[in-house]
Ligand binder design. Structure first.
Ligand code: GRF
Length: 196
């Protein structure tokens, strides 16, 4: 609970950050009572960090290649995240598997968006796998992160049809449009439920 009624979000990214931008835009449009207090990338070249910095949002890099192992990287990452004292930590295209220690440190505070209708298609290449499985529907899921990969309580899902002539790219594009609505909506739901 905080006094000014706005949730403090730290967003973790690895790449282009289009979901991050959708959250920024929802805040700018007053659809979300939140502030992004930092965007942290594990890759120095993440284009999403440039987009965040251009909008005046503090950015940081914790480069995983500078750490010997997953544990030491995750400890450094948690130290950086904690400096910003977030209510919620938002994984938005953050392409590192996190240790149980990290995940437990942020229990009930750590969110991820996964491009499938979980529990279907955990892991990578979800769009191609949905096509190969001849799924009629596909989509995206926002869920709390637990130590189990792409598991954890589901907050919201969005569905799209799989069309006969879809390839992984066309399907990914249709899902991504939904992701950009879904993530701000899921964060809003949690903020409202918790009265952050
Ligand atoms: C999205 O498809 C998201 O579901 C997945 O990684 C992609 C990130 O895209 N976890 P972006 O960096 O937010 O543009």
């Amino acid at each position: 609970m905080i006094s000014n009624g706005r949730a403090r979000l730290v967003i973790l990214i690895s790449g282009r950050g289009s979901n991050m931008v959708s959250i920024i835009e929802a805040i700018d449009a007053n659809q979300l009572d939140a502030d992004i207090v930092a965007v942290i990338s594990n890759r120095p070249d993440a284009t999403g960090s440039v987009a965040a910095a251009d909008r005046g949002i503090p950015t940081a890099v914790v480069d995983h290649t500078e750490y010997q192992d997953r544990d030491s990287f995750d400890r450094a990452l948690a130290e950086t995240v904690d400096r910003f004292n977030p209510h919620l930590v938002i994984l938005a295209g953050f392409m590192r598997i996190l240790t149980a220690d990290f995940v437990n440190h942020y229990a009930n505070k750590l969110l991820n968006i996964h491009p499938s209708l979980l529990p279907q298609f955990k892991g990578l290449n979800t769009h191609q796998r949905a096509i190969d499985a001849k799924a009629s529907e596909h989509g995206a899921t926002v869920h709390f992160v637990t130590a189990e990969l792409d598991d954890g309580p589901i907050v919201l899902q969005a569905k799209v049809p799989v069309l006969a002539d879809d390839d992984a790219q066309t399907l990914a594009k249709r899902v991504l449009i939904q992701e950009h609505q879904l993530y701000p909506n899921a964060i809003k739901k949690i903020i409202q439920e918790r009265a952050l």
